[in-house]
Design a protein around this ligand. Structure first.
Ligand SMILES: Nc1ncnc2c1ncn2[C@@H]1O[C@H](COP(=O)(O)OP(=O)(O)OP(=O)(O)O)[C@@H](O)[C@H]1O
Ligand SMILES: [Mg+2]
Length: 365
């Protein structure tokens, strides 16, 4: 196992700076996920850790040793890619053991490690088959097996599940988490799927344009996003953002638009300025008219069985509420909604930065 430190790490592709000075400390045994939109630099950063991409600036340390110039094969890292190529003419066992064979490991030792990995991944009955005789998820596990048998200091995964169907993805996600609980090997896992990023990680890193937007425990990022970007990126369905104008009502600040009204303590804005209010779909609670923060008109209903997503209109703005499926609603209905004060977020409309604004105890308009 190993700790990994990234210090002001930079990557230039010609004149384009893909990674813009990243500081990150990964503890021994941690499971870290990199998540962010396409092109934000996730793969580049991972490949820099692997040694597959030259480092343009800054320092990369593994176990406090600078490894900037160390060859990939000397870093004791195993990487699993999205497009894992298995050798079609070799059996599953030969595929898994191939890397060890290339390192001239003793055949009985290889055999032993392959069996062990196959047990962990529950593919022992498939060891004699060829890759062409396997399902996508089984092939994926063979690719993981190749990484496991190496027993490296660090695992790097780059979207390893993105070729699988939804159900297999969820199954494999559980497998990967179980594997980490068992082996406790330091792991970095790249994904653009925020659910995967949240559920797997001890520590989540949200990237955008080659920079870290926020990092921390998944739940703390979810509860306290540092910006509108992070608030909307983490959580599904995504956070509702309602734009409201600051009105001056009897020395109290009121944020409002046509169908929304909220009293807040001093928000540092003058009447006429706007603020963005963020509330997650799961934090909207149906209530009576007197308690309502938001008056919404139901537009589309999406029943999922476990809950129902109500896509509503608040004035001209769209909003999603995650509701109990037993609620009898139909399109066109008026829905009164409230939220607990600690579940309401505020963002600056220009910078998108989180604003710390206090709400009075009584939040009803
Ligand atoms: N070899 C290269 N030469 C020039 N630019 C590159 C090269 N590789 C990547 N880039 C650019 O660097 C940026 C980061 O790319 P990267 O592959 O790391 O993104 P990513 O976050 O992994 O995206 P995705 O989710 O689509 O895989 C992108 O703008 C990409 O176009
Ligand atoms: Mg990528």
């Amino acid at each position: 196992m190993a700790s990994i430190k990234l210090e002001r790490l930079v990557k230039n592709y010609g004149s384009f700076r893909a990674i813009k000075g990243i500081d990150l400390s990964i503890e021994d045994g941690a499971f870290v996920t990199f998540v962010g939109p396409s092109g934000c630099g996730k793969s580049t950063l991972l490949r820099m850790v692997a040694g597959l991409e030259e480092i343009s600036g800054g320092t990369l340390k593994i176990d406090d040793e600078v490894v900037n110039e160390l060859e990939p094969r000397d870093r004791d890292i195993a990487m699993v890619f999205q497009d894992y190529a298995l050798y079609p003419h070799m059996s599953v066992a030969e595929n898994i053991g191939f890397g060890l064979k290339m390192r001239n490991m003793d055949a009985s030792e290889i055999d032993q490690r392959v069996k062990e990995a196959a047990d962990i991944l529950q593919i022992a009955p498939l060891l004699h088959r060829k890759p062409g005789q396997l399902s996508g998820g089984q092939r994926q596990r063979v690719a993981m097996g190749r990484a496991i048998v190496r027993r490296p200091k660090v695992y790097l995964f780059d979207e390893p599940l993105s070729n699988l169907d939804a159900k297999l993805r969820v199954d494999m996600r559980t497998q990967i988490k179980r594997l980490h609980q068992l082996l406790r090997t330091t792991t970095i896992y790249v994904t653009h799927d925020q659910v995967e990023a949240m559920t797997l990680a001890d520590h989540i890193v949200i990237l955008k344009d080659g920079m870290i937007m926020q990092q921390g425990q998944p739940v703390s990022v979810y509860e306290k996003p540092i910006s509108r970007f992070v608030g909307e990126f983490i959580g599904s369905p995504k956070m509702n953002i309602i734009s409201a104008t600051v009105a001056d009502a009897d020395a109290e600040t009121v944020l409002e638009n046509d169908s929304f009204s909220l009293k807040v303590a001093d928000c540092g804005k003058v009447p006429g300025e706007t603020i963005e209010v963020g509330i997650r779909p799961e934090h909207l609670i149906p209530c009576n008219k007197e308690e309502a923060l938001i008056t919404a008109r139901v537009d589309v209903l999406e029943p999922l069985g476990s809950d129902t997503h109500a896509i509503c209109l608040v004035g001209k703005q769209e909003l999603t509420a995650r509701l109990d499926p037993s609620l009898a609603l139909k399109p066109g209905d008026i829905l009164y909604l409230r939220a607990e004060p600690e579940k309401i977020h505020f963002f600056d409309p220009e910078s998108g930065a989180r604003l710390e604004i206090d709400l009075p105890q009584q939040i009803a308009a």
